[in-house]
Ligand binder design. Structure first.
Ligand code: FES
Length: 236
């Protein structure tokens, strides 16, 4: 008989009118190196087709399956079952409005991302060819651009839990820094102006949950500190 994995999965169906509850499941180990997403897929395809969760790439690229796994945020598709204490507690990302089961409402998260204007802004004439960037300037984007917007960092941040209506949170601020350090962007002053606010930026209190939670090993705290230091420099 296959070795079995025990899971305890958050369930909530607002249309049924029931309260949320944790449901126990047992699924077989179906392959070596099995991931948590494989277990959720097994439940959906073989045990309970109503289990609802997001996933797409299955490779840690799309960022759609951020979950709280045994109390720690991470991506189901790259989290190995073997390293997890059982029963594996699987919950939606913390502090988020639950739409159904493991699916949360990401609208506010993406609205905050849009607020930092995550695109290159320029005022100089468009060059005949592309805007060039020296290799050493391109290197400054490493550790910034790889964010997949899964929300694992932002939803692990107590400052965002308490002030998420006004504090932009680690993911949006990491992306703000990504454009601030981009040598081709010409709106750095406006970007600083937009962040110069007691809540939008300065509600980061260096708790550092974000860097622990990031499945891409990025460091939003360092990015936020870089923004703060750069803003201090422009004041002096
Ligand atoms: Fe795309 Fe996990 S399914 S990141």
């Amino acid at each position: 008989m296959d070795k079995m994995i025990r899971l305890s999965v958050f369930r909530f169906d607002p249309e049924a009118g029931d309260k949320p509850f944790m449901q126990a499941f047992e699924v077989p180990v179906t392959k070596p190196g099995m991931k948590l997403l494989d277990a959720l897929n097994y439940i959906k395809w073989h045990i309970d087709g109503t289990l609802t969760y997001r996933r797409s790439c299955g490779e840690g690229v799309c960022g759609s399956d951020g979950l709280n796994i045994n109390g720690v945020n991470g991506l189901a598709c790259i989290t190995e079952i073997a390293g997890l204490k059982q029963p594996i507690h699987v919950r939606p990302l913390p502090s988020m409005l639950v739409i159904r089961d493991l699916v949360v409402d990401m609208d506010h998260f993406f609205d905050q991302y849009r607020q930092i204007k995550p695109w290159m802004q320029t005022s100089t004439p468009v060059p005949e060819h592309e805007r060039l960037q020296a290799p050493q300037d391109r290197a400054k984007l490493d550790g910034q651009y790889e964010c997949i917007l899964c929300g694992c960092c932002t939803t692990s941040c107590p400052s965002w839990w308490w002030n998420g209506d006004r504090f932009l949170g680690p993911a949006a601020l990491l992306q703000a820094n990504r454009w601030i350090v981009d040598s081709r962007d010409e709106a750095t002053g406006e970007r600083f102006d937009q962040l110069e606010d007691a809540f939008r930026l300065y509600r980061c209190h260096q708790i550092m949950n974000c860097m622990e939670a990031c499945p891409k090993q990025l460091n939003p705290t360092a990015a936020i500190n870089h923004i703060k230091r750069s803003m201090l420099k422009r004041q002096s």
